[in-house]
Design a protein around this ligand. Structure first.
Ligand code: PNS
Length: 160
């Protein structure tokens, strides 16, 4: 079975993430979307909330599963028999960092990384910017799924 992982913070999932996840699901037998836990980074959403939003927004993709992990990505891949990391590539500036991580991960464990150029519609899209715009009551409804937009609006109100 050809397994891949789409790792990330997903705080929260955006239309850009979903584009990559959906395209990866067409290329592999099983795709795991792994929420990587970074304890030093406080997010807008808890890991459980991020997982819930990912589950809801990928429900129609039968070969996609959602999981979370605290630790090295290569260890997660080894434990779950995953041979490929899939990452979206938005820009040339993304490329520098993604290349470095891909080479480090290969050095650590031999795992391959596939860099998937994003749909240009989403080249500017990042969870961090979505949260910043939403915090100042900007409209992000066209950048995230409807249920994610509702959650963001609710969280922004709670934080005020
Ligand atoms: O959505 P992000 O924050 O850009 O995702 C980055 C992420 C979580 C994929 C990356 O930081 C990662 O793989 N973290 C897990 C820890 C790890 O393996 N670090 C070594 C990377 S070479």
């Amino acid at each position: 079975m050809r397994r891949a992982v789409c790792p990330g913070s997903y705080d929260p999932v955006t239309n850009g993430h979903l584009d990559v996840i959906e395209r990866a699901s067409g290329l592999f037998d099983e795709v795991t979307v792994a929420v990587l836990i970074n304890k030093s980074k406080r997010g807008m959403f808890s890991v459980d909330e991020r997982i819930e939003m990912l589950r809801d927004t990928t429900a129609s993709l039968s070969n996609v599963r959602i999981d979370s992990w605290h630790g090295l990505l290569v260890d997660y891949c080894r434990d779950n028999d995953i041979a490929t990391i899939v990452k979206g590539l938005r820009s040339v500036s993304d490329f520098d960092h993604e290349l470095q991580m891909a080479q480090m991960n290969r050095e650590l464990s031999g795992i391959e990384t596939m860099l998937m150029p994003n749909n240009p519609l989403y080249s500017f899209l990042a969870s961090s910017l979505v949260k910043e715009v939403a915090t100042y009551h900007g409209d992000v409804s066209h950048l995230v799924p409807e249920l994610v937009n509702e959650r963001i609006t609710k969280r922004v109100a709670e934080l005020e």
